[in-house]
Write a protein that binds this ligand. Structure first.
Ligand code: FES
Length: 369
């Protein structure tokens, strides 16, 4: 008799086995005190072995990006390990490029510290902080996206427009451990005492369900950041930005920062795709911005406009609208940069449109999480 096990069940069994092995390992093995050496002796820490590199660093207030909260599914927590920590786990290899393997880059959430260990991390990670915030306001901007503003209670966050923070979701209901998820900041760098995020409800999503069903104004929430490499180049190259859904967030930060800092000469095109009118938001704010920024052009587009609902913007898939504008309005005879924020599918499709219109892959920027 052949027994067929669904892939989801296999993943669940693997996760339970991994947890069980980890518990047994902890009980059976006592790794004692070990030394963690960071950046060739810049920082040396004594700690108890047996924890993951990611949580050991967090315990020392050194926060490595960890968009999936340490579950081994985002690949964000890459660190260079310069001592021997054993072979790669199957959970690590899918995220490793040839160069990563040559440099012994590892996933910090998957490497367990069992003996003295040496690592190298970018210096800027020493500036990442944990913020103890209070939810200042929650506003429904569409039927499934909430704009949540966090008050940092006197602390200040310094960041470049386009960066993201990790929201720490506490244990709740059947979710026993705390979880972290990454969200781009919609607030602008000048607003140092708050962080504003756009959080779209993802069916079954731990963090988004918690935000949409349990989070209230006045609640205390931890944020960690800022992280990310998604920000505008310090040039005057034409920017072509494309977003959908909560991918709106970094562009609100970037555009309003450009207005605040008087960066008005640069040509910026912003394409925002939504399915129907009820998925569109911030139209008034962006139209106002167009009036104040002479070289800013906003192109909202609906892929499935409903009959009888007024809409005077573009229609069609955002990739088709982008292609048309690249050919007919923006032109292919000058250097352009692509900035993308949305689902992996949208990013891949827009990448194809950009490259077909002679935008170099080196000039296309996005955060993957
Ligand atoms: S934190 Fe996501 S893979 Fe390590």
């Amino acid at each position: 008799m052949m027994i067929i096990i669904a892939p989801g069940a296999v993943a669940l069994i693997a996760a339970i086995l991994a947890a069980a092995i980890s518990i047994v390992d902890k009980v059976v093995n006592n790794y004692g005190e070990v030394e963690l050496d960071i950046n060739d002796g810049k920082k040396k820490i004594k700690l108890d072995g047996g924890e993951s590199l990611l949580s050991s660093l967090a315990g020392q207030e050194i926060f490595v990006p960890s968009a999936c909260g340490g579950r081994g599914t985002c690949g964000a927590c890459k660190c260079q390990v310069t001592s021997d920590v054993g072979p790669y786990l199957p959970t690590e290899t899918p995220f490793m490029t040839k160069e990563n393997l040559a440099d012994n880059i590892r996933l910090a959430c998957q490497v367990k510290i069992k003996s003295d260990i040496s690592i190298k991390i970018p210096d800027e990670l020493f500036n990442i902080k944990k913020y103890d915030s209070i939810v200042k306001s929650i506003v429904d901007v569409t039927h499934d996206i909430k704009e949540v503003t966090f008050d940092l209670q006197g602390e200040e966050i310094n960041f470049e427009a386009g960066k993201y923070v990790q929201l720490v979701v506490p244990p709740h209901g059947k979710i026993k451990g705390s979880t972290q998820r990454a969200y781009s900041m919609a607030s602008k760098p000048g607003e140092k005492d708050i962080v504003r995020l756009l959080i779209r409800l993802v069916p079954g999503g731990i963090a988004t369900t918690w935000v949409h069903t349990e989070l209230k104004e006045g609640d205390r929430v931890e944020l960690v950041g800022p992280f990310g490499d998604f920000f505008r180049t310090p040039t005057d190259t034409t920017m072509v930005c494309v977003a959908g859904g909560s991918g709106m967030a970094p562009f609100m930060s970037i555009l309003f920062d450009m207005l605040d800092t008087g960066e008005l000469d640069r040509e910026v095109w912003y394409f925002f795709g939504a399915r129907t009118v009820k998925d569109m938001f911030y139209l008034d704010e962006l139209r106002e911005l167009e009036k104040k920024m002479p070289n800013f052009h906003f192109v909202p587009a609906l892929s499935e406009p409903e009959e009888g609902t007024p809409w005077d913007g573009a229609t069609g898939l955002i990739t088709d609208v982008l292609d048309k504008y690249l050919k007919e309005e923006i032109g292919t005879d000058k250097k352009r940069e692509g900035y993308l924020c949305g689902s992996p599918g949208m990013i891949n499709a827009c990448n194809n449109v950009f490259t077909a219109n002679k935008v170099s892959l080196d000039d296309i920027f996005y955060d993957k999480f």
